[in-house]
Design a protein around this ligand. Structure first.
Ligand code: ATP
Length: 235
């Protein structure tokens, strides 16, 4: 089996007294793309936030290249090489497109991604580079959010709700760009509402239900009925 880039072990997450994740075990191999699916409230965003250092966890619950990172802050996790494209974009509204992108690069990691490469990937961002990020359409803002993450030159990129609420033409643009993004061995976790898209783009998937892994498997061979059962919690 290929080397693992990231592994969670008995990962739990809480919001006060409420437990959102229960003993989650998952792994991502070097260069692998995995999909996380599950109904609203299943825990997908919580999982992304935990890996990215935005929720507090025990150090050993998240291991990145043999190093326990569960207790690190988000900026420390970013420095290690993990970047999050958050649900809802979360751009800096008072900054221009280019300023948002440059902030992503502050992590200071070396790699193929810089402004020039990003503008080749999403030419519309170069046209809009000096505009406030809030003046862009939702889809263009998602491109900025992806660009900001790539500017950190991560080894592992986490897409939370990669296409939620976007127009079909933009979803196509983003999916068409994915092979260029996940190149040279970058690993990716994709949270996607559209199960067909999630399976098409990934090698393996995890289906969460109420904070637990209800089903995991090979994206290309899994039976849709099994996914439906896991997704909706039908036994
Ligand atoms: P969605 O598709 O709706 O974003 P999700 O699978 O990403 O769902 P999470 O957002 O991780 O799920 O939420 C998991 C559970 O944790 C839900 O029951 C949710 O209500 C709860 N939760 C999420 N954020 C908080 C919070 N800040 N405070 C309290 N409970 C929260």
């Amino acid at each position: 089996m290929a080397d693992q880039v990231l592994k969670t072990h008995n990962l739990c997450a809480h919001y006060g007294d409420f437990q959102a994740l229960f003993d989650l075990d998952l792994s991502i191999a070097e260069g692998e793309v995995i999909a996380i699916i599950g109904a609203n409230g299943a825990g997908k965003t919580t999982l992304m936030r935990s890996i990215a250092g935005l929720n507090s966890n025990n150090a050993e619950q998240i291991v990145y290249r043999d190093e326990p990172i569960g207790a690190l802050r988000a900026d420390q996790v970013a420095t290690k090489g993990i970047a999050l494209v958050p649900e809802g974009r979360q751009l800096f509204p008072s900054l221009s497109v280019e300023e948002n992108l440059i902030i992503g690069g502050r992590v200071g990691r070396k790699g193929p991604w810089n402004l020039k490469a990003l503008y080749q990937l999403f030419p519309i961002l170069e046209e809009r580079r000096n505009q406030p990020s809030t003046s862009l359409s939702g889809g263009q803002q998602q491109m900025v959010a992806i660009g900001r993450a790539l500017m950190a030159n991560p080894d592992l990129i986490l897409f939370d709700e990669i296409s939620l609420g976007l127009a079909p033409v933009i979803i196509k643009t983003i999916y068409d760009a994915l092979p260029n993004i996940i190149d040279d061995g970058m690993s990716a976790v994709i949270v996607e509402q559209d199960i067909s898209k999630a399976l098409a783009v990934s090698a393996r998937f995890y289906c969460l239900q109420e904070g637990r892994v209800a089903l995991e498997g090979d994206s290309q061979t899994v039976e849709r009925e099994a996914i439906s059962r896991a997704y909706f919690g039908v036994h």
